[in-house]
Design a protein around this ligand. Sequence first.
Ligand SMILES: *Cc1c(COP(=O)(O)O)cnc(C)c1O
Length: 406
Amino acid sequence: MTDAVRRHVAALAPEALPAYVYDLAALRAHAAAVRAALPARVELYYAAKANPEAPVLAALRAAVDGYEVSSGGELAHVRQAVPDAPLAFGGPGKTPAEIVAALDAGVHRWHVESEQELYRLAAALTDRPDAAVDVLLRVNLPVGAGALDTVALAMGGRPTPFGLDPDRAEACARLLTDPLGPFGPLLPRLRLRGVHAHLASGLAAAEQLAVAGQIVEWSARTARRHGFALAEVNVGGGMAVDYADPRARFDWTAFGEGLAKLLERHPGPTLRIEPGRALTAYCGWYATEVLDVKQSHGEDFAVVRGGTHHLRTPATRGHDQPFAVLPVDAWPHPWPRPAVTTGRATLAGQLCTPKDVLAHAAPAARGLRTADRVLFAMAGAYAWNISHHEFLMHPRPGFHYLGEDG
Ligand SMILES: *Cc1c(COP(=O)(O)O)cnc(C)c1O
């Protein structure tokens, strides 16, 4: 917990809890360190779906080259939050209206997810003689990080709604390189620049590098075969975040060094990465207080204000959210103060479902008392924005952005 977060939460009234508290100064420092670890010929995009809060997007602006958006909603929102930033537009199931909106917005890169999408895009371009677009083919490539000492790890190549199978990507490459084909007259405005792949999440640096190497090799071979200049390869996001160890960080230094070696072998293309979680997970805290502590058949339960309808991350991923306790010594009531008796407690929320658990039998809850404050860490990505806010109609949390004017 940073001092700024601790002081801020200690000063909040109980009615101001729960609250999401973001340390934007810490976020700026982290993103700058990530950027510094990467070679110059690697572009850093932020996957906005991890956390699209406008102050978060703005705090990242100095360190990132652009933002990856995956819907018309994200596109409009990110445009407004960081108006000058380049955008890459991905996502399966782009609607005709989203396609037109993205063309009008002049997105920097287009990640094509299917052949039909390519036809729709071409049709939209036909209707808009002034528009032009640079595309990357998103490929669902079977690759492995199996040369590593861990168990062989296979990514991509499984049935998913995302991207193109390699043979379909080649079919798209043929369409985009054939001046006599159906897109021929459009090709000056419908430009094939390279390949995009986002194949897995939760990979450590060595695994990420093995996967990135195979994506670049495949892209280079495909470009040679179809006779187009490979200008860019986006090797995706998915850098590991370890919720069991809040101090651990993805090894950006090793990753940057490995990418530099990969670029030496491939002097042509620019590389791009688009992490989400590994950039913003650490800057957010979900702060709350203990409403009650009770013993149930030999176990302690601490019920906190709020719950998984605000912070769904532990329920969706099946982990225990790490937390720190901020003791509150004042107890103004005449009745006894309920406290944890067994040395560990399950931290549950206010929802009437047994799934509303933020941390199971946590030893960090030793001595926890009613009215103590609890700060759940690593709540800066896939947290508020993936949660089911309306369930049970509890009030929404507050949102606090510390260090906003960097
Ligand atoms: C979700 C997503 C990302 C970001 O993934 P993280 O695991 O948050 O790093 C990047 N690219 C695409 C296409 C995605 O769908």
